[in-house]
Design a protein around this ligand. Structure first.
Ligand SMILES: CC(C)(COP(=O)(O)OP(=O)(O)OC[C@H]1O[C@@H](n2cnc3c(N)ncnc32)[C@H](O)[C@@H]1OP(=O)(O)O)[C@@H](O)C(=O)NCCC(=O)NCCS
Length: 194
């Protein structure tokens, strides 16, 4: 590796890219300094209904909750943001993705929220691909989430990455989706609904 490529290499889980609208974004692990920018900009993340998918089961966001999100337990949690390429604390954060390992099984659950100003520009896919990579690096058997039945963007994104529907109960609003990562899947997954 020559000097230039070493100098340009970003730290782990960092990726800088340019959106179709010319805006530069940096995907990176969350930092405690992101607490205030996320808290103050949360109203811009989109309609309440979408934020609810991220925050469930609570609808209100407090600064303590953001502070908790911004200081993940490195052994059990992984939180990425897509932000302006500025120092944390000064950068606006446009997307947050959180994964946590379940203590009772070798499984991780994720939630993701992309601001309405960035929606449909590939940020969600990049974050999800990094989560799948992280889950594989951690030797996690399954990566899953609960997604509202009417959340077409998330269901389509998940389906394109190979997620299946683990259990579908017509009575509930939420669909339990899962990506099998272990060598020998033991669950009988169903295809996601169209
Ligand atoms: C779901 C969500 C993360 C997608 O993020 P995004 O950055 O807008 O998605 P992308 O631009 O990366 O699109 C990825 C894929 O999602 C699907 N998708 C995105 N927007 C869509 C839409 N409006 N309708 C249907 N499918 C859509 C497509 O399959 C798309 O595939 P493509 O890459 O071939 O275009 C985002 O809409 C979001 O944050 N929603 C609110 C929070 C939420 O519902 N989280 C899920 C619960 S954990």
């Amino acid at each position: 590796m020559n000097f230039m490529s070493r100098r340009n290499r970003l730290p782990p889980w960092h990726e800088q890219f340019t959106l179709v609208n010319g805006q530069s974004l940096l995907i990176r692990p969350i930092r405690i300094e992101d607490t205030e920018p996320i808290f103050s900009a949360f109203s811009m993340y989109g309609p309440e209904s979408l934020k609810f998918h991220f925050l469930q089961p609570t609808k209100e966001l407090t600064i303590e909750m953001v502070g908790r999100l911004a200081s993940p337990n490195p052994k059990t949690e992984f939180v990425l943001v897509a932000a302006e390429p500025l120092p944390a604390g000064k950068a606006l954060v446009g997307a947050i993705a959180h994964a946590t390992m379940l203590s009772e099984s070798n499984e991780a659950r994720y939630t993701i929220l992309v601001s309405q100003f960035l929606a449909g520009m590939g940020v969600g896919r990049k974050l999800m691909c990094k989560f799948v990579k992280w889950a594989k690096c951690q030797y996690i058997d399954r990566l899953g989430s609960k997604v509202s039945r009417d959340n077409t963007p998330m269901l389509e994104l998940a389906k394109s990455l190979g997620f299946k529907c683990r259990s579908e109960n017509d009575d509930t609003e939420l669909i339990d989706i899962v990506l099998e990562l272990g060598p020998q899947p033991t669950l009988h997954s169903q295809s996601l609904p169209p």
